[in-house]
Design a protein around this ligand. Structure first.
Ligand SMILES: Nc1nc2c(ncn2[C@@H]2O[C@H](COP(=O)(O)OP(=O)(O)O)[C@@H](O)[C@H]2O)c(=O)[nH]1
Ligand SMILES: [Mg+2]
Length: 311
């Protein structure tokens, strides 16, 4: 989808910075010289930096890789001061993230079907509401499907979003078969000319085999109703889950053919470096990042802005 911020504006960057402030504070707190922003680079700074990156969940291998590269440059006289170090680190982080920066693009043939998956509480329903809001702002007719039939409250939560953003809403009663909801939603979308169908799902992992089987069934139903769909299977990961998010990515990947990742709650954690681990350990684009609970706090992922907001 075309973003609101093709060129990150000052306002966008400052909001992103606020969202990532816990991670930035952790990094700066641990690397005193970088926090001060002046002075020479030395071995002590490089060691502190490696530790801070590991603490932020960037992954030990990547932290080492960065610091080895930085040390090489420093020894060759290419990093005269902290400012140069900071710029180089930003450049490296952006380069690591850049291959995963592929926006989700809602395009014909319509309906463009987005299945949203992930474990309980990661932010699936909220993310659907935020994406629906963006699509509505761009003028797309949108339909939300209440595929999480596990609790009545889950259906109600999605209904509130649908009303708020002006999207159509299809649901069945609590406890019904989510494939049947999806079937009805797609029929309705075709009849009404919806451009996008966003499908919410339940994410209770306590019966993993059952959940994954249900997902497969939903994917089959979608494929039968709309040729080439689902065009997007979005896996929502909660950044506060740290390394556990990587394990979730692997499980869902195997069963549902994930095509994009949304990393939420980056504002709630000092472990924002986890985005680097996700990038290193999966090969799926990061479509959006969530940096807060408000409707505007979901952003298309931009590698350079992310790196600047961090360091
Ligand atoms: N701080 C913060 N909270 C979020 C973000 N995304 C979702 N949440 C909150 O996380 C909680 C669970 O979200 P929900 O969408 O119900 O998760 P679901 O179970 O996966 O559908 C809610 O309180 C959301 O407001 C985010 O990016 N930042
Ligand atoms: Mg939900």
């Amino acid at each position: 989808m075309p973003s609101h911020d093709d060129k990150p504006s000052g306002a966008f960057l400052s909001r992103l910075k606020t969202g990532l402030s816990k991670t930035r504070e952790l990094l700066l707190m641990n690397v005193e010289a970088i926090a001060r922003g002046i002075g020479p680079v030395d071995e002590h700074v490089l060691t502190e930096l490696e530790e801070a990156l590991i603490l932020s969940d960037a992954g030990a291998d990547l932290a080492r890789e960065y610091v080895v590269a930085l040390r090489g440059k420093w020894r060759r006289g290419e990093l005269p001061d902290i400012d140069a170090l900071r710029k180089e680190l930003r450049r490296m982080i952006a380069a690591t993230l850049a291959p995963r920066m592929v926006p989700m693009s809602v395009a014909p043939p319509y309906p463009f079907v987005v299945l949203v998956v992930g474990v309980n509480g990661v932010g699936k329903t909220t993310t659907i509401g935020k994406i629906a809001h963006q699509l509505r702002e761009e003028g797309h007719p949108v339909l939300l499907a209440a595929g999480d039939t596990f609790r009545a409250a889950a259906i109600g939560q999605l209904r509130v979003w649908a009303e708020r953003v002006g999207a159509d809403f299809i649901h069945h009663k609590e406890g019904s078969d989510s494939s049947a909801v999806v079937f009805d939603a797609l029929r309705a979308a075709k009849a009404r000319g919806s451009h996008a169908v966003l499908i919410d799902t339940a994410g209770r992992l306590h019966t993993k085999a059952h959940l994954m089987e249900e997902m497969r069934k939903v994917v089959r139903v979608i494929g039968r109703e709309v040729q080439g769909a689902p065009q997007e299977v979005l896996l929502v990961l909660d950044a506060t889950n740290g390394r556990n998010a990587i394990a979730q990515a692997k499980t869902f990947r195997e069963f549902t053919g994930v095509t994009g990742i949304v990393l939420t709650k980056l504002d709630g954690t000092a472990k924002g470096g986890v985005i680097l681990s996700v990038t290193k350990e999966t090969d799926v684009p990061i479509r959006f990042i969530g940096v807060g609970e408000s409707v505007d706090d979901l952003r298309p992922f931009d590698a350079a802005s992310f790196a600047s907001a961090l360091f």
